[in-house]
Design a protein around this ligand. Structure first.
Ligand SMILES: [Zn+2]
Ligand SMILES: [Zn+2]
Length: 216
């Protein structure tokens, strides 16, 4: 399984940076997790990786914030994609998708593709879903902004097996002890306490930018 970071607040040379997050999961099917803030940057970085909208089968939107849904139009050029959103997303976002592709509304945990599972709706002030990716017997947690609290998300992801890696935005997460034992911590996008996390887990901490690729 390969993960390619398409959009992030920072970028490797040759890629464009933007406040937002998007990651392509290449497994049995290609599943796009979030779309960044704009079609322009998503299209540019995807092109750099050689990825076209028609190569994507499914899209999962973590939550209904512009920096995760902004690039939707790029992937909706492929009318055969299935887009998984939470049932609490705004009608505006739902209609935007329904006009062009198939909309799947999620509240409970659901299988998105082979080895790719949504945590279902996790709530706090903002509803969000994250992905549990099965890599052999272990699991990779792929998160958007972690608004409901990363500890809550990890608990749900852990139901699928031992968490080997976590990738995405941690927001203001500060219950650092829950990261103990995770081999790879790629805290990026909106993560506020990046320096502390890097200091506490120097071996696990991994820099992550648009253009970064992971293989599990
Ligand atoms: Zn957000
Ligand atoms: Zn965000």
């Amino acid at each position: 399984m390969k993960l390619k970071i398409l959009v992030d607040n920072q970028a490797l040379p040759g890629f464009k940076e933007e406040w937002g997050f998007s990651c392509l999961v290449e497994a049995k099917e290609n599943v796009l997790f979030d779309t960044g803030a704009s079609s322009k940057v998503l299209a540019f970085n995807a092109e750099k990786f050689g990825i076209k909208p028609r190569q994507i089968s499914k899209v999962v939107l973590s939550h209904d914030h512009w920096d995760h849904t902004g690039g939707l139009d790029w992937v909706l050029q492929n009318s055969s994609v299935k887009v998984f959103v939470l049932n609490s997303f705004s009608n505006e976002t739902k209609q935007r998708i329904e006009k062009k592709a198939e909309l799947v509304e999620v509240s409970k945990p659901v299988k998105v593709s082979k080895g790719i599972f949504s945590t279902g709706k996790l709530s706090n002030s903002i509803d969000e879903q994250a992905l549990a990716l099965k890599a052999k017997e272990e699991v990779i947690a792929l998160v958007g902004c972690s608004h409901p609290g990363l500890e809550k998300i990890l608990k749900k992801v852990e139901e699928h097996g031992r968490i080997r890696a976590i990738i995405g935005g941690f927001h203001d997460f500060d219950k650092f002890e829950v990261l103990k034992g995770i081999d790879l911590v790629a805290a990026t996008h909106c993560t506020e306490h990046k320096t502390e996390i890097q200091g506490l887990f120097p071996k696990a901490f991994t820099e992550c930018s648009a253009g970064t690729e992971f293989e599990f």
